[in-house]
Write a protein that binds this ligand. Structure first.
Ligand code: NAD
Length: 358
């Protein structure tokens, strides 16, 4: 099958203790005075980075928030220009990385990103922002971070519950990459490897959160899955999660974790090759059931009703999710999506023909 592959330019430093290289990486980008970004919860870590930067560090802006509100970005821009900063270092999860990208979009400054979750934003040229409660997403190379430092040590303390859901959030990118319209052999190879690395490490982390080998495996998997998200188009699963997060304010990683097995079950018959690769990477009999069992094994929530979706919201969620759909291997039809959401709401283990035929 003919294909097109777009390689994205980014430099990756991976391993334990790699944070020690932050100053030389900032210097390599030609920056002399960078602003360090974090959420209020991670200000302590941001201050440590500032210390490590010495004269290259201008100050810390610890106001990053979920969904990248434009008001927060404008506040950070004021701090940035008052300090005369010429680059940013973002340490944290997707929320902090989003702020770094929003600044890069406006000021065209280089970014060094130090991810501490598995969400994958650091590998994508995608920026989601909210203004007056409305979320807009854009794709531009201007926001793709120049340098990413994956320091396994920084993930050792990621709480167990967040590790499981954030890891499955990453898996969701790879799963959809395997049946994307613009899929290609390189990205599919990364996807399968990324799913396998996370599937074998997340259950170990659930029992031994400070296991450095499992943490290294998980972060490696998250990197690969993030690269998938950055390279090819996403389908039904991501549309459902954007709907549930955007219109019903459900938490990001948990929503991904709960919806994924059901979105995969919906697509199973239409994408048999992808299903076989997902199942193989999970070491499971079938893709959808395997994803559900993985979520259960890491102690993640399994039902949308447990994270704030009311049964009465399913009709409206179906309507929003089926309006303006993303490309999907199987046609989007309202009855099927309603059933999918009802199953996810109740937390039922998905049944696929693929599994029941056997
Ligand atoms: P997050 O960044 O919102 O982090 C959640 C909380 O956990 C924050 O308080 C954070 O400070 C804290 N935290 C992060 N790492 C920690 C650690 N190691 N130890 C303890 N606490 C830690 O969560 P997230 O799931 O990483 O990111 C979700 C956001 O990222 C969403 O808004 C999503 O839309 C966005 N996102 C964007 C892209 C993209 O390509 N643009 C990709 C993935 C996610």
């Amino acid at each position: 099958m003919p294909f097109t592959y777009n390689g994205l330019p980014s430099r990756v430093i991976f391993g334990q203790g790699t944070l020690a290289r932050v100053a030389e990486e900032v210097q390599a980008l030609g920056c002399q005075r960078v602003l360090v970004l974090s959420t209020p919860q991670q200000e302590g870590q941001a201050r440590q980075v500032l210390d490590q930067l010495g004269e290259l560090g201008a100050d810390v802006f610890a106001g990053a928030r979920m969904h990248t509100p434009v008001e927060t970005t404008e506040e950070a821009m004021r701090v940035l220009s008052s300090l005369g900063a010429d680059g940013v270092v973002a340490i944290g999860g997707g929320s902090t990385i989003g702020l770094g990208k929003a600044i890069a979009l406006r000021a065209d400054l280089p970014q060094v990103v130090i991810p501490t979750t598995y969400a994958g934003s650091e590998m994508t040229p995608i920026l989601g922002e909210t203004k007056n409660g409305l979320k807009t997403t854009q794709r531009t190379l201007k926001v793709l971070p120049e340098t990413v430092i994956y320091d396994v040590d920084l993930t050792l303390g990621l709480p167990v519950a967040m590790s499981g859901t954030s890891g499955i959030n990453a898996i969701a990118h790879a799963v959809e990459a395997l049946y994307a319209k613009d899929r290609n052999p390189i990205v599919s190879m990364m996807a399968e490897e990324g799913i396998a690395a996370l599937a074998r490490s997340l259950p170990i982390i659930a029992g031994a959160p400070a296991d450095a080998t499992a943490r290294s495996d998980a972060l490696y998997g998250a990197w690969l899955c993030g690269a998938c998200l950055g390279s090819v188009g996403m389908s039904l699963h991501h549309k459902l999660c954007h709907t549930l997060g955007g219109s019903f304010d459900l938490p990001h990683a948990e929503t991904h974790t709960i919806v994924l097995p059901h979105a995969v079950a919906y697509n199973a018959e239409a994408a048999p090759e992808a299903m076989a690769r997902i199942a193989r990477a999970l070491g499971a009999d079938d893709a959808a059931g395997g994803l559900y069992d993985l979520a259960k094994a890491v102690g993640a929530p399994l039902a949308l009703r447990d994270i704030g979706l009311n049964e009465g919201d399913i009709d409206r969620a179906t309507e929003i999710a089926t309006g303006n759909p993303y490309w999907n291997p199987r046609e989007i039809e309202a009855q099927g999506i309603h059933r999918l959401l009802s199953d996810a709401h109740a937390g039922r283990r998905p049944e696929t023909l693929e599994a029941t035929d056997r």
